[in-house]
Design a protein around this ligand. Structure first.
Ligand code: DGL
Length: 266
């Protein structure tokens, strides 16, 4: 059996493109609809109830395309509302969480830094993740206000972005962490700068590849994969300014066939 319907992916903005890149790599034939809620970005400083209202609207919009699975490519949205979304929508929904478990497994010195948004770090889901999986590992958390906005502007390699990153990473370096978790989907798009700042002895990890594997697994288990070898197509929508979002996506989207971005207010 085969299912040609698209995969729906959303984020507060363009950060979910880091996850979409991994999904496209693993599932080259699948069609993908991406929604960037850039008019309401960043989610990381908003009230969780507001975030739940937004992601309900966005998921409703994506289901209008008969998507066969939803990927909440946003740690903040997943922490604030994954359970809620699953109660409202009767289709598979894959979410994200910071890579605390893999970090605790690979750290050599028992010191891990987690970069994420304020909402993610304050969420019950995050606290439960730490108490279930950190064990004796010391978890040092850093909220990173302002970083998401740099990525939204496509400024992934400029002096002000580097200055901000150094400010957030300095305390982690001083604490001697040997592993840094990128706990927001915008941050893997800054990986080259992060790696430059922390140096080669610090592992920098995120969950993009694991989420892509999970999506492939769910589609396989539920007989929802699309048959055939055609290249999958992508459509991009945003609540933000389509020119600004389009410019950022053309920088961040690894696949060569980037498309125009349509504005859709929800
Ligand atoms: N990309 C998001 C995340 O994974 C949200 C960032 C934000 O909007 O603050 O957490």
């Amino acid at each position: 059996m085969s299912n040609p319907n698209p995969i729906g992916i959303f984020d507060s903005g363009v950060g979910g493109i880091s996850v979409m890149n991994e999904i496209r790599h693993l599932l080259p034939s699948e069609d993908i609809i991406y929604y960037a809620d850039s008019a309401h970005c960043p989610y990381g400083s908003k009230d969780p109830a507001f975030i739940r209202r937004r992601i309900k609207n966005v998921t409703g919009f994506l289901t209008g395309f008969k998507v066969k699975i939803i990927v909440a490519a946003c740690n903040t949205a997943s922490i604030a509302g994954l359970d809620f979304l699953r109660q409202v929508f009767p289709l598979p929904i894959v979410g994200m969480e910071p890579a605390v478990k893999p970090a605790a497994a690979i750290t050599q010195n028992g010191k891990v830094g987690v970069m994420a948004t304020g909402v993610t770090l304050a969420g019950n889901r995050f606290h439960s993740l730490v108490s279930r999986f950190a064990g004796n590992t010391e978890i040092i958390t850093v909220p990173c206000p302002g970083l998401v906005e740099r990525v939204e502007m496509g400024l992934i390699n400029d002096p002000e972005t580097e200055r901000l990153l150094r400010k957030f990473l300095d305390p982690l370096i001083t604490s001697g962490v040997d592993t840094v978790v990128l706990g927001c989907t915008h941050y893997p798009l800054l990986r080259p700068l992060v790696e430059l700042i922390v140096g080669p002895d610090v592992a920098v990890i995120d969950t993009g590849k694991a989420v892509a594997r999970r999506v492939a697994q769910v589609l396989t288990d539920d007989n929802l994969l699309k048959n055939g070898t055609d290249c999958g197509r992508e459509k991009f929508f945003t609540s933000g300014n389509p020119d600004t979002v389009g410019r950022a996506i053309s920088i961040l989207w690894a696949s060569p066939n980037a498309n125009e971005v349509k504005q859709e207010m929800l």
